[in-house]
Design a binder for this molecule. Sequence first.
Ligand code: ZN
Length: 243
Amino acid sequence: MEVAPGIHRVGTETVVNAYLVVEAGEVTVVDAAISGLYRELPRELAAMGRTIEDVRALILTHGHSDHIGFAERLRTDRGVPVMVHEADAALARGEVPNPSKGLGPTKISPLVRFLWFSAIRGGLRTRHVGEVSSFGDGATLDVPGSPRVILTPGHTPGSAVLHFASQGALLIGDAFATYAVTTGASGPRVAPFTADADEAVGSLARIEDIDADVVLPGHGDPWRGGVAEAVRLVRTTASHPSR
Ligand SMILES: [Zn+2]
């Protein structure tokens, strides 16, 4: 569905998100969610008046398995280049273990929903990415939408936020989430599976002054209340974990 002018989210649920950004008829995919979401790509592209032939690049916000889902398939079937921040390249290739240290607080029913959502879409069969090209902090990527990269380490060392200024959108991956897949809590908060929560919260100072109409997270609904307000709420919930 369309979540901002020129940006669609793949699929109807917001448990695990992948986004399509179109500019001048060409498409950048941001995050590859769970492998089974691949079969929903053609329909979502068609809703934008595009096809898989129009996809020029896949940008990963970070190297976690619930973001690299169909990346390898898109790369090998369609020759679409896959890009990730250099600090997460080894994670995306499956060469290093996940740096996150556990689940944190959980509630059974949302956690089961997440695991079930992932399992029926092939999340247990995720293939690592054979080849990735990497980018650094501050880069403006030469892909449709020309996003600027802001490194926000904490969730993973190479977690990157992508600012699509022409679309008025900030694609944040798991720099923070608006839905916690482990507890079902909604609203801006530190994402589950974050390796270093203090570092993740600290990194948000790097994005809080950005002016964007919509914030699009890896997990949860779009946030339209401004970046600064979202960051304020993440800080509040981080210092009062019961909220
Ligand atoms: Zn993640």
